[in-house]
Design a protein around this ligand. Structure first.
Ligand SMILES: C[S@@+](CC[C@H](N)C(=O)[O-])C[C@H]1O[C@@H](n2cnc3c(N)ncnc32)[C@H](O)[C@@H]1O
Length: 220
């Protein structure tokens, strides 16, 4: 991936915690390469919901994604850091806003990313968020999600424990609420005529994590 991990991380300086978060996250999490592969052949503008410090914008550019990128997050400090890093990196077509997705949704037409965020919203807000995200999809656009899925087993316990740890360290300002169920997601996508795929995306740690892609069939 060009630019490399260290170069992307350096755009977060002088915030050393964000610098090290970026280095460790990019080195260990297959998320960004996975999402980059999904979006590689698309050019629709991307709305990244719960974008955190905006790492996806950097990695997508490095992988050749040329559509506009807009990141939103409830955490104003992360949005400020994302904005500063994108300016330092001279990321074209990138912008960021502070928004609480439990109470609002930005106007958008194109692709949508929901990466490790759905479980942090209360269940009724999760349903509204998914409906709003699906309504954004234009022909050729993709809804790309990563989430733990609710099913019994120690992998989900591990995922929940890490999400709670992130809250305890204050990296997250909310804790996990409920992980979506695969059958509920499949039914929701089917109601909207979307074709969906579910692929495990765990990396080296035993997360109960899935990469979920949904899109309208060409001509559908
Ligand atoms: C685990 S982080 C994932 C960050 C980013 N998507 C990534 O994968 O690199 C979850 C993000 O969701 C954001 N978030 C949680 N609840 C939110 C809400 N109600 N509205 C907007 N963002 C929210 C958090 O602030 C946090 O940055």
């Amino acid at each position: 991936m060009e630019p490399g991990i260290r170069e992307i991380a350096q755009h977060y300086l002088p915030l050393r915690n964000h610098y090290w978060y970026a280095r460790i996250k990019l080195a260990t999490d297959p998320l960004y390469a996975g999402v980059g592969a999904v979006l590689a052949r698309t050019r629709e503008p991307l709305l990244d919901l719960g974008c955190g410090i905006g790492l996806l914008g950097h990695t997508l550019r490095a992988q050749g994604f040329s559509g506009d990128y807009r990141g939103v997050d409830i955490d104003a400090a992360k949005i400020a850091s994302a904005r500063a890093a994108a300016t330092r990196a001279r990321l074209p077509g990138a912008r960021f806003e502070t928004i609480d997705l439990a109470g609002g949704f930005p106007a958008h037409r194109g692709s949508v990313a929901l990466l490790d965020i759905v479980q942090f919203l209360p269940p009724p807000a999760q349903a509204v968020l998914l409906e709003n995200a699906i309504a954004c999809l234009t022909p050729g656009a993709v809804l790309v999600m990563r989430s733990g899925l609710h099913r019994e087993g120690w992998r989900l316990s591990f995922t929940r424990a890490v999400d709670r740890f992130a809250r305890w360290t204050r990296w997250m300002n909310v804790g996990p609420q409920r992980y979506p169920r695969r059958d509920e997601l499949e039914q929701r996508f089917a109601r909207h005529g979307l074709t969906a795929s579910f692929t495990p995306l765990r990396g080296r740690l035993p997360f109960e994590n899935w990469l979920i892609c949904a899109r309208h069939e060409p001509g559908g």
